[in-house]
Design a binder for this molecule. Structure first.
Ligand code: FAQ
Length: 327
């Protein structure tokens, strides 16, 4: 007879082999509890970020300068809601409950990305969010399409395709503004100055101060370290800034012949910690709006639950009724 310990070891060995072969772990498979917890944590934070991330740009929907820009912005903000929903669904395949995850967010027990705690002061911020924030999201999330957990990796494929459209619309908006007046060019440069460092912080703390990275990389949830992804973002963005005609606000930024990459300055890590802990410029406002939206949506959840119960009762009656009874 197999003892519980031996069964556990067998499960663990099968899981380790799946990871080593670069195969996917699926919801039906046994997985270590710490792997499951890490995934729920990361996927929930990611989902919360998409939902809170609707706010900074959403604030410009009523003020977009043309019908075309309004339609694009509407579509983008709706996409972020969709991303949140795919991600909450992925978390549910791990046994998490979406209502519980939302409660954790609005009670401040779960995090969301620091980047969404900065204000959108002008319409150029909409362009810079697309260029920097969606650009950073692409750098971070394309490798997550190969994450070891199947439902997360598959959700990422579609999300990345949409993020790519988001990044392009942002860059195109900025190109248009840069071809405009001096005042428009100054607005773009000002937005670049304000969003550059917070965008670099999106990738998380430096590797030396990233408690979750070692396990997440061993489990192939994360494929690259925070610092490596930050570097890739800088390498990708500098030539785009040159083409656009803006200056990135980092005096230490320069091409390194030897490494074939850019060297750059150090973000203010104390600022990242402050923003993560709730003391960023807009944390209180973002959370208040999220709580308000949740309360405003209560009737929709109640109506959907009542409708689902009615449908279930109908299905049960139909199943019980003799054939041809027409219930
Ligand atoms: N903000 O040990 P690590 C988007 C936390 S979606 C807040 O390095 P990990 C789309 C971290 O959770 C943007 N907290 O952690 C969009 C951990 O806390 P915990 C979101 C942060 O997980 C665009 C602690 O610090 N993207 O932009 C941040 O290995 C435009 C220690 O850190 C994702 O969520 C931060 N910046 O690596 C939407 C991508 N950084 O839980 C609208 C998926 C770190 O131990 C408009 N997530 N923390 O208490 C990831 O890749 C990872 O979770 C990292 C963090 C890289 C974010």
């Amino acid at each position: 007879m197999t003892t519980p310990d031996a069964a556990e070891e067998e499960h663990q060995a099968r899981f380790d082999a799946t990871i080593a072969r670069d195969q996917r772990v699926e919801p039906r498979d046994w997985m270590p509890e710490a792997y499951r917890r890490t995934l729920v944590r990361q996927i929930a934070q990611h989902a919360h970020s998409e939902i809170i991330g609707m706010q900074p740009e959403g604030a410009w929907i009523t003020r977009a300068p043309s019908l075309r820009r309004k339609a694009i912005l509407f579509a983008k903000v709706q996409d972020e809601a969709g991303h949140g929903l795919y991600l909450y669904s992925a978390a549910e395949t791990l046994g998490a409950d979406r209502a519980d995850l939302t409660a954790r967010l609005i009670e401040g027990r779960q995090k969301y990305s620091s980047i969404f705690n900065y204000p959108t002061v002008t319409f150029a911020d909409v362009g810079v969010i697309g260029w920097f924030v969606d650009g950073a999201a692409i750098c971070n999330q394309v490798p997550l399409c190969r994450s070891s957990y199947g439902p997360y990796a598959r959700a990422m494929v579609r999300i990345c395709k949409e993020e790519s459209f988001h990044q392009r619309q942002g860059y195109e908006l900025l190109l248009t503004m840069m071809r405009g007046t001096d005042a428009q060019r100054a607005m773009v440069q000002d937005a670049v100055d304000r969003w550059w460092w917070p965008s670099l912080m999106m990738f998380g703390p430096p590797d030396s101060d990233s408690p979750n990275s070692a396990a997440s990389m061993a489990w192939k949830i994360k494929r690259h370290s925070n610092d490596e992804l930050r570097r890739r973002f800088v390498d990708m963005t500098v030539p785009q800034a040159e083409k656009l005609g803006v200056t990135l606000p980092d005096p230490e930024l320069r091409w390194n012949e030897e490494s074939g990459r850019y060297d750059f300055g150090t973000p203010d890590w104390s600022e990242l910690q402050r923003v993560i802990k709730g003391d960023g410029p807009c944390n209180a406002e973002r959370m208040a709006r999220r709580r308000e939206a949740h309360a405003e949506g209560a009737w929709v959840r109640e109506a959907a639950t009542a409708h689902a119960a009615k449908q279930a009762r109908r299905r049960a009656r139909r199943a019980e009724a003799p054939e041809g009874a027409g219930v």
